[in-house]
Design a protein around this ligand. Structure first.
Ligand code: HEM
Ligand SMILES: *[C@@H]1O[C@H](CO)[C@@H](O)[C@H](O)[C@H]1NC(C)=O
Ligand SMILES: *[C@@H]1O[C@H](CO)[C@@H](O)[C@H](O)[C@H]1NC(C)=O
Ligand SMILES: *[C@@H]1O[C@H](CO)[C@@H](O)[C@H](O)[C@H]1NC(C)=O
Ligand SMILES: *[C@@H]1O[C@H](CO)[C@@H](O)[C@H](O)[C@H]1NC(C)=O
Ligand SMILES: *[C@@H]1O[C@H](CO)[C@@H](O)[C@H](O)[C@H]1NC(C)=O
Ligand SMILES: *[C@@H]1O[C@H](CO)[C@@H](O)[C@H](O)[C@H]1NC(C)=O
Ligand SMILES: *[C@@H]1O[C@H](CO)[C@@H](O)[C@H](O)[C@H]1NC(C)=O
Ligand SMILES: *[C@@H]1O[C@H](CO)[C@@H](O)[C@H](O)[C@H]1NC(C)=O
Length: 505
């Protein structure tokens, strides 16, 4: 995302991410906010720090909790009428016995606290991303990731399978969710390779009060030990060999086809491929009418990341900007990028725009200086078009502040090419709600800005200001300038680094 301005300078951040095995130059038609944001969260997001090396929590592991919540959320899907699916309705379903467990609350709290939920990347997308990271964090295969899910605003039907139900009920439950009897066997095995059954949650299943967690297999990792131990008759899976025969649901499911499917999953290659396919399908099971983005299994080679104009910076000559080495930053990839062996650099450019002419579009050229032809990256020929450059967040004038009551706020300054008769409002998106229990829903606020007394008009621009939550991550601007409405959407505040002013008056 990139927007320009008059008079001022623009940072353009470019990620050049290329892996040795990626031979094609993939880029996407810009702008595409959901896809760009999904790619950024998958490859450079911060959520992975909670699942790297499959860490413990609540007597099980965090990744086990993240995979289970994804399945339970998706379980409301009904193929017959297209309702339900992975839609974060789980936020409204935690009082049900089938959704018992500290892991449900803790997972949702993780997803809220990291502040990655965005206008086009809700709790449901975050739950799906969490499942992808969970599997990878425990050494499992990479599951292609799509975004675009829509968050529900109420509970769905109570259709999560329970261990005391019979095989016919489970077969019907999985059919309703879109899976065949064979796929049911595999998907349960893929899920029950992580974590286990907690005594506090299912005392009628884990009857020994000393037994805090009965793991499904003897390895913490995402692997097919759950399968091999079952077939070797050495399993400790309490849903297979537990003292309460009624709740041996995994035994009934795993043996439902004479162990044929379980035998096939003894090959770890088949286990991997089957789990990738079925977990991806599970995560992409959404209510009909919801369209997901294309699936991501490798990064785009070029991503234009800059968006907001800045008031300061160096000047490009009329021939264009040239990157010098001190403006190249190494990209730190998430666990997904690290597993894929990626490396990448981010190049930052400042461009000076004449205030009276401004720019309508930009493009760039990459010269590896290795004898190969330079690569022109021009958004498929159309260039990166700048829709309007009359209304934008002024990075250089905006700042973080501590209020007299020691509250951290962001003082947003919006530059408007127009006079003081203009009116400006912003709608902010704050993913971190104050709620202490789910549902955790973002706070969306519309505020009218006032003329900024500290920044007098300059170069044809008038400055408007307001204070917003410092955890807000996106905002939209609407301005009325001389009777014309101008807007700037999806300003990504996480790409900016406003100065922090600690002693404001
Ligand atoms: C008939 C179907 C299923 C039944 C009856 C079932 C039942 C259970 C039960 C009783 C637990 C223990 C939860 C706790 O102690 O809080 C559990 C844990 C788990 N289930 Fe399932 N499950 C089913 C299918 C699945 C599927 C399809 C997946 C994912 C693909 C899955 C993933 C998990 C995971 C990862 C855990 C471990 C959670 C943890 O350790 O915190 N389950 N399941
Ligand atoms: C973990 O197990 C211990 C011992 O049974 C228990 O006291 C504790 O409450 C459990 N933790 C959670 C989060 O359930
Ligand atoms: C597996 O163990 C159970 C319980 O010990 C036993 O009844 C069953 O015959 C064993 N099956 C095989 C194939 O060894
Ligand atoms: C076995 O589990 C079922 C279903 O949860 C429960 O109704 C029954 O009381 C349990 N039996 C024993 C002996 O605990
Ligand atoms: C399937 O395998 C389990 C575990 O080895 C065994 O107990 C069961 O008898 C087998 N079922 C069939 C139908 O072979
Ligand atoms: C399955 O996937 C894991 C994780 O990517 C990998 O370590 C393992 O080698 C794979 N197994 C096979 C047989 O491909
Ligand atoms: C752009 O301008 C900023 C602010 O003056 C400066 O810190 C930065 O180094 C400049 N970047 C480039 C690529 O010249
Ligand atoms: C923003 O907060 C600062 C510090 O409390 C205050 O001085 C300033 O007037 C506030 N700005 C607006 C527009 O409310
Ligand atoms: C900004 O506008 C876009 C497009 O209408 C919308 O999808 C998004 O939710 C809006 N963002 C905010 C913070 O209101």
């Amino acid at each position: 995302m990139f927007r320009s301005l008059g008079s001022l300078k623009i940072p353009i951040l470019v990620t050049l991410a290329s892996a040795s095995y990626v031979s094609s130059f993939s880029t996407f038609q810009w702008p595409n906010y959901p896809l760009a944001y999904a790619e950024k969260q998958l490859y450079e997001g911060v959520l992975d720090i909670l699942v790297q090396n499959c860490p413990p929590r609540d007597n099980t592991t965090i990744p086990a909790q993240w995979l289970r919540i994804a399945y339970h959320d998706m379980s409301t899907h009904n193929v017959d009428d297209g309702t339900g699916g992975l839609d974060s309705s789980i936020q409204y379903e935690l009082d049900r016995p089938q959704n018992i467990g500290q892991g449900m609350f803790d997972s949702l709290n993780d997803f809220r606290a990291f502040g990655i939920i965005a206008p086009f990347f809700g709790m449901a997308d975050t739950i799906a991303l969490g499942a992808v990271l969970a599997v990878a964090g425990c050494g499992g295969p990479l599951i292609p990731f799509s975004a675009g899910r829509i968050d529900a605003t109420e509970a769905g039907p109570a259709t999560v399978p329970e261990p005391q139900q019979d095989l016919a009920s489970h077969t019907e439950a999985f059919r309703r969710q879109g899976f065949t009897p064979t796929e049911m066997i595999s998907l349960v095995a893929c899920g029950h390779t992580l974590g286990g059954v907690r005594q506090v949650d299912f005392p009628l299943v884990v009857t020994d009060p000393e037994d805090v967690l009965q793991t499904f297999d003897t390895t913490i990792n995402f692997d097919n030990a759950v399968v091999s131990e079952y077939l070797q008759n050495t399993t400790q899976n309490i849903l297979v060999v537990g003292p309460n025969v009624t709740t041996r649901s995994d035994f009934r499911i795993f043996s439902s086809d004479g162990n044929v499917t379980m035998q096939s999953l003894l090959s770890s290659d088949t286990f991997n491929r089957t789990c990738v396919t079925l977990i991806e399908r599970m995560l992409n099971t959404v209510p009909s009418g919801v369209t997901l983005t294309q699936s991501l299994s490798e990064p785009f080679d070029y991503v234009v990341m800059g968006d907001n104009p800045s008031r300061t910076g160096s000047t490009c000559p009329s021939t264009g900007c040239t990157v010098s080495s001190n403006n190249i930053q190494q990209v730190f990839f998430s666990i997904i990028g690290n597993i894929q062996g990626l490396s990448g650099d981010r190049y930052q450019f400042n461009a000076t725009i004449n205030p009276t002419t401004s720019i309508s579009k930009f493009w760039f050229e990459v010269n590896e200086n290795d004898g190969s032809d330079p690569i022109v990256v021009d958004n498929g020929g159309s260039g990166f078009v700048v829709e309007q450059d009359s209304v934008f967040v002024d990075n250089g004038r905006s700042e973080h502040l501590l209020t007299p009551t020691f509250e951290e706020v962001t003082q947003i300054v919006v530059a408007v090419r127009g006079d003081t008769s203009s009116t400006v409002s912003i709608t902010t998106f704050d993913p971190v709600s104050d709620a202490t229990t789910p549902p955790f829903v973002p706070v969306i606020l519309t505020t009218n800005l006032q003329i900024d007394e500290n920044n007098p008009s300059e170069g044809g621009f008038t400055f408007f200001t307001t204070n917003i939550s410092n955890t807000a991550n996106f905002l939209n601007i609407t301005a009325n300038v001389g009777g014309t409405t101008l807007s700037q959407e999806n300003v990504d505040l996480s790409l900016t680094s406003f100065p922090f002013i600690s002693n404001s008056s």
